[in-house]
Design a binder for this molecule. Structure first.
Ligand code: NAD
Ligand code: TYD
Length: 356
């Protein structure tokens, strides 16, 4: 088990990052410092960690508003906190946005990752007791047909500007291991869901639109397949790798839980109907098939046997329990939703989704 002391988590104000910070403070015995390095784009919301900040702020938890593309800012943070571990999540993360505006995906996901690697290489020097963990996605592997699974040996074949930029960052991270001997670990995970997810991804879009009686936009024929994992299970896997993973190694993380989009949306209608006491049809009639996403990957499915065998990790949430937790959270945490909806997100939704 590694000795982790001062950990920078980039993108810690986003969906997975904020859940990761919460997970570390609430579910592990970590006693060091966590520095949340985040520039707060439309997707970053420090409000998600308000309670953690009240409890641990100034002693174990620190927030630094900084851009991973800003070398001076990153350098200063590494020095200020004598950082030994970086868990890198900061990214532009939404495929639809990468189609309408790819540039930020290139500068943040590729140049930003390069910048962090350079800053870490320069600050750490001999690499003793250091770790750079890169959080990535299964989308780098491309699209599957009806059969088969992505393994860690599947050749990269990204199809969207988002996945191409993530693939590029993965290659850079691996290059720093081979070329400079930087201690890195990497994870490629399937689709996450859970609390604090920005309402632009499938599950929170559907829940929010049901609660506000708007159309539920299902792309294409609704038969695209994703492998869903509860965000806490992703974070327990990341924490396991950061503590015990082998350097230079990639680990696939997945839910072993494949769902066609339309079946998932129908299930969500059932759960929301049960929770709100409304008729099932009140929600089902909102389902609307819309124009397909360009380059829409058909199927993702992860083989996560490596992390299970080598690091003894497993999922703990069933889809039923994870989805009902998530629906209950979106039903009760209305102030979080109002808060994120009042930002730049609304303007972007108007410009890009007005025809739906
Ligand atoms: P998110 O969009 O919710 O959060 C991203 C965070 O990064 C935000 O807080 C944002 O402010 C911050 N950020 C963006 N650009 C930045 C910059 N230039 N400098 C500093 N901070 C910046 O994303 P997420 O869903 O939490 O995903 C986190 C990571 O996990 C990403 O790297 C993503 O590729 C990866 N991932 C996500 C999923 C998923 O299903 N959401 C699955 C697998 C992997
Ligand atoms: P998304 O949550 O954007 O994740 P990703 O594209 O990274 O897998 O989308 C998940 C699936 O749901 C994908 O097949 C696209 C589809 N989708 C819809 O049908 N309607 C929507 O409104 C959204 C956001 C996604």
């Amino acid at each position: 088990m590694r000795k982790l002391t001062n950990i920078v988590i980039t993108g810690g104000a986003g969906f997975i990052g904020s859940n990761l910070i919460r997970y570390i403070f609430e579910k592990t015995d970590f006693s060091g410092k966590i520095i949340n390095l985040d520039v707060l784009t439309y997707a970053g919301n420090p409000y998600s960690l308000d309670d953690i900040d009240k409890k641990f702020g100034g002693s174990q938890y620190f927030f630094e508003k900084a851009d991973i593309r800003d070398r001076k800012a990153v350098d200063a943070i590494l020095v200020k906190y004598d950082v030994d571990t970086i868990i890198h999540l900061a990214a532009e993360s939404h495929v639809d946005r990468s189609i309408t505006g790819p540039e930020e995906f290139i500068t943040t996901n590729i140049n930003g990752t390069f910048n962090l690697l350079e800053a870490a290489k320069n600050y750490w020097k001999d690499f003793e007791g250091k770790l750079f963990h890169h959080v990535s996605t299964d989308e780098v592997y491309g699209s599957l047909g009806d059969e088969g699974f992505f393994t860690e040996d599947t050749p990269y074949d990204p199809r969207s500007p988002y996945s191409a930029a993530k693939a590029s960052s993965d290659h850079l991270v691996m290059a720093y291991f081979h070329t400079y001997g930087m201690p890195i670990t990497m994870s490629n995970c399937s689709n996450n869901y859970g609390p604090y997810q920005f309402p632009e991804k499938l599950i929170p879009v559907m829940i929010e639109n049901m609660l506000t009686e708007k159309a539920l936009p299902v792309y294409g024929d609704g038969k695209n397949i994703r492998d869903w994992l509860y965000v806490e299970d992703h974070n327990s896997a990341v924490w396991t790798i950061v503590n015990n993973g082998k350097t230079g190694r990639t680990y696939n993380i997945g839910g072993e839980n494949e769902w066609e989009n339309i079946k998932l949306v129908n299930s969500l209608c059932e759960i929301v109907a049960k929770e709100t006491g409304k008729e099932l049809n009140y929600y089902k009639k909102l389902i609307t098939f819309v124009k397909d996403r360009p380059g829409h990957d058909r199927r993702y499915a992860i083989d996560c046997s490596r992390i299970k065998k080598e690091l003894d990790w497993k999922q703990t949430y069933s889809f039923d329990s994870g989805l009902s937790e998530t629906v209950k959270w979106y039903l009760t945490e209305r102030s979080w939703i109002e808060n994120v909806k009042s930002g730049e997100y609304l303007k972007w939704m108007e410009e890009n989704y007005s025809e739906r």
